[in-house]
Design a binder for this molecule. Structure first.
Ligand code: NAD
Ligand code: UDP
Length: 338
């Protein structure tokens, strides 16, 4: 299939490009590089030995979208482009709604003009909010606690309304749990432009000596060791979920959400221990106060994705930590290491 990938130069997008091409799909990227570097696509081209057409610009630009639709003529769109920092979203709600909701709106308009009927959307487990029960299934009530989460839920609603008005369309909403890890080549991985907000890239930067110690945000949660538990998913498994979703979108109409996680969860202390094993490095830690808005634990019930998408995570915690370490140690300054 010919697939337009918005935000394709980003962390999840770049891994997805490789999985798509490995399955014979033709890809085209639209990215404004606000949180990525063009060199990522050179590495993707080298690894795949395939051409990757790329347009530089904003997903909210209607004229650019029309140009891409006319020149590349996609049969489906995978929409990664968006802003994802929870703390920043609370300080800049308008900016977040503009990009995350406005970007999805502009894209759907352009898809309608071009007659493109399939979209795979990057949503997040954060749409669920405080757990009423765990593991979350897709029927769990949605009550996101951050602006970021509310922009994702608003975009989901938009996609459902779009589908309701156009029954021939398919919108696959993937609710990611906690993506971690890197490509086995160690050529692409997560490269935060600033201090990492997320646990795994922070641990990796401590291990490689870029940061002194990990702050553990609270050890008094109601979990076995007191630290927060999350469902970490290897980014290659996540990328493959998009390939499965694309296949699903070719065979179904509808607007349907799927949890994309492993169904397992690990605590902060377990992640630190696993990373120490993978890297052979000591990871100094300091226990600090809880981070505002954090919940104790979350984990996915991914059986809908297992059954309906025919997708299942296969990578272990060791795969996640080892691939992160390989990427971080071979690219200590991320893509700037070039
Ligand atoms: P990322 O920042 O690495 O990738 C996003 C890409 O979109 C970047 O290349 C960025 O330059 C591009 N972009 C941003 N705004 C744009 C705009 N207005 N126009 C064009 N391009 C734009 O993030 P990621 O981790 O790869 O996440 C991809 C998607 O998945 C995002 O929508 C994010 O909200 C969602 N998601 C991520 C996580 C996570 O923990 N990484 C979890 C759940 C959901
Ligand atoms: N965490 C931490 N120190 C950090 C970053 C994260 O202790 O520097 C904890 C956080 O409190 C949570 C877990 O690690 O329990 C995962 O956090 P992350 O931000 O990666 O994901 P999210 O909270 O969005 O699920």
């Amino acid at each position: 299939m010919r697939v337009l990938v918005t935000g394709g130069a980003g962390y999840i997008g770049s891994h997805t490009l490789l999985e798509l091409m490995a399955q014979g799909h033709e890809v085209c990227v639209l990215d404004n590089y606000c949180n990525a570097r063009p060199v990522v696509l050179d590495r993707v081209r080298n690894l795949s030995n395939r051409p990757v057409t790329a347009y530089t610009g904003d997903v909210r630009q209607a004229t650019l979208l029309d140009q891409v639709m006319a020149e590349f003529a996609p049969e489906a769109v995978i929409h990664f482009a968006g802003l994802k920092a929870v703390g920043e979203s609370m300080r800049d709600p308008l900016g977040y709604y503009d990009v995350n909701l406005g970007g999805t709106l502009a894209l759907l308009h352009a898809m309608d003009r071009a007659g493109v009927r399939r979209i795979i959307f990057s949503s997040s487990a954060t749409v669920y909010g405080d757990p009423e029960y765990l593991p979350y299934d897709e029927a769990h009530p949605t009550a996101p606690t951050s602006v970021y989460g509310r922009t994702k839920l608003a975009a989901e609603t938009l996609l459902r309304d779009w589908h309701a008005a156009h029954p021939e369309t398919c919108a696959v909403i993937l609710r990611y749990f906690n993506p971690v890890g890197a490509h086995p080549s160690a050529q692409i991985g997560e490269d935060p432009s600033d201090t990492p907000n997320n646990l795994m890239p922070f641990i990796a930067q401590v291990a490689v000596g870029k940061r002194g110690a990990l702050q553990i945000f609270g050890d008094d949660y109601d979990t076995p060791d007191g630290t927060g538990q999350r469902d970490y998913i290897h980014v290659v498994d996540l990328a493959r979920a998009h390939v499965a979703a694309l296949r699903y979108s070719a065979e179904h109409t509808g607007a349907r959400a799927f949890n994309i996680g492993t169904g397992e969860s690990y605590s902060v202390k377990q992640m630190v221990a696993a990373f120490q094993t993978a890297s052979g490095q000591d990871i100094p830690c300091q226990i600090t106060a809880r981070r505002t808005g954090d919940i104790a634990a979350m984990q996915a019930n991914a059986s809908r994705a297992n059954q309906e998408l025919g997708w299942k995570a296969t990578h272990s915690l060791a795969d996640m930590t080892q691939s992160t370490w390989a990427w971080q140690s071979q690219n200590p300054d991320g893509y700037e290491s070039d």
